[in-house]
Design a protein around this ligand. Structure first.
Ligand code: ZN
Length: 131
């Protein structure tokens, strides 16, 4: 019986300890997104393909980008433009920087959900304001 209670106490102390550590990390960085490649604790690695494209949609925690690519049509010996849309995760610390129309770069990560396996890497060009 004594051993059991001791274990319980130890477990409580451990959880309290980790909780304190987490709080300290959060206050130091002020980015609570666990899947943030820079600050997150779930180690979201950026590896693989990198794309640049125009933001066409901004949702909470997600952006959609679109870019054009050229496809050769051998029969007609000409090129065709095709559009590709890719969904990418938008970390909390970058949520204020991205607006529809911006040119951004995204990098491949492990699959985060059914449609999202990219994460926003950086903003290349902010959309020019019409005057
Ligand atoms: Zn962050």
């Amino acid at each position: 019986m004594v051993k059991k209670t001791e274990k319980k106490i130890m477990a409580k102390e451990k959880t309290q300890g980790t909780g304190k550590v987490k709080k300290v990390v959060e206050t130091a960085i002020a980015c609570k997104d666990r899947l943030c490649p820079k600050h997150g604790d779930r180690k979201l690695k950026m590896r693989g393909r990198v794309f640049q494209g125009e933001v066409i949609r901004v949702l909470p925690g997600r952006v959609t980008i679109q870019f054009e690519r050229m496809i050769k049509l051998p029969k007609y010996e000409r090129y065709e433009k095709r559009k590709t849309k890719v969904h990418a995760r938008l970390p909390d610390c970058m949520s204020g920087d991205v607006v529809v129309g911006d040119l951004i770069e995204i990098a491949e990560t492990r699959p985060i959900s059914k449609m999202i396996h990219f994460v926003v890497a950086k903003v290349i060009k902010v959309k020019e304001k019409k005057e």
